[in-house]
Design a protein around this ligand. Structure first.
Ligand code: NAI
Length: 284
């Protein structure tokens, strides 16, 4: 796919992976809109990128109306969006049994509904124009591998993977590719997610553990550079590859998960007449 001249919409584009994507897309000759809830970060990103083909648009991806308005504004200024990056995300390191409804609403609202809103806003426009395109949804290795603590995050990221895979089959006939980005640790700002928790969802929040946030900040310093991730994404879009992995060190853990799943089938016998009776062959 030649990306030059296309318009890209990158959520969470003002920091971390999204900013890396914006930089890589500009280098490919795309026009780029960075949509982000942090307006100060948008201003800083525009300054760093220093390119006339990029604009910023304030957006809370959890807002359906906000998404539609941002899409209208960007398409009026940069032309039809045919590259969509649903990348904005937050983290909350907390177990499910210690979480409140406000925690669920916050994390699912951004990390899952944000992706749903991007798809619901842009996919009909992309289909109607018939000019193809590509959607990249940022999931995580946490869309395969669970720990106790990021319980809601795991839930949202698994769902983003399900959404992406199903969408991939339904959009293939329209020449619109779909990829799911599953990084491990990346150098980013995600440790500071508490800063942007909406006031309306703070009542059910546990007190911010500043020492924990500081530890996370230090850990993220060791993460992969967003520009490296972005280069893999560009490559995958060109080749229309679905899975985008950046951290091969997780391969063995992933294999353990799949081995566990297959082993759990044990040697139960199959129902021999099932296919004939139901006409059901395969999911995909
Ligand atoms: P980041 O915090 O550096 O960048 C995320 C951007 O999204 C920020 O600029 C933030 O202001 C924005 N954002 C947050 N909530 C938003 C909302 N409601 N509406 C609009 N913008 C919003 O973090 P990072 O790491 O670059 O995150 C990008 C994606 O990568 C997220 O989906 C995250 O879950 C995922 N990811 C990150 C990993 C890491 O180690 N940093 C690993 C795997 C996945």
């Amino acid at each position: 796919k030649d990306l030059a001249g296309r318009t890209a919409f990158v959520t969470g584009g003002a920091n971390g992976i999204g900013l890396g994507l914006a930089r890589a897309l500009l280098a490919e000759g795309c026009k780029v809109a960075i949509a982000d809830i942090r307006e100060d970060s948008i201003a800083a990103a525009l300054k760093t990128l220093d390119n006339q083909d990029v604009i910023g648009v304030p957006l809370d991806v959890a807002s359906r109306a906000g998404f539609a308005a941002a899409a209208d504004e960007v398409e009026a200024r940069l032309g039809p969006v045919s590259l969509l990056f649903n990348n904005a995300g937050i983290n909350l390191f907390q177990t499910i049994d210690e979480s409140s409804y406000d925690d669920w609403d916050w994390v699912m609202g951004v990390n899952l509904n944000g992706v749903i809103n991007g798809v619901m806003t842009f996919v009909p426009r992309m289909k109607a124009r018939g000019a193809g395109g590509h959607v990249v949804n940022t999931a995580s290795m946490a869309s395969f591998l669970c720990g106790p603590a990021p319980g809601i995050y795991n839930t949202a990221k698994f769902a983003v993977r399900g959404l992406s895979e199903s969408l991939r089959y339904s959009l293939a006939p329209h020449g619109i590719g779909v990829s799911v980005l599953c990084p491990g640790l990346v150098k980013s700002h995600i440790y500071a997610s508490d800063e942007i928790r909406p006031d309306g969802l703070k009542a059910g929040a546990r007190p911010v553990d500043s020492a924990g946030v500081e530890r996370l900040r230090e850990v993220h310093e060791f993460g992969m550079e967003p520009d490296v991730i972005a280069a893999r994404v560009i490559e995958a879009i060109r080749a229309n590859r679905y899975y985008i992995f950046s951290h091969p060190e997780f391969r063995d853990e992933l294999r353990e998960v799949f081995d566990d799943i297959l082993a759990a089938f044990r040697d139960y016998p199959e129902d021999p007449g099932f296919q004939q009776r139901t006409g059901f062959e395969k999911f995909r």
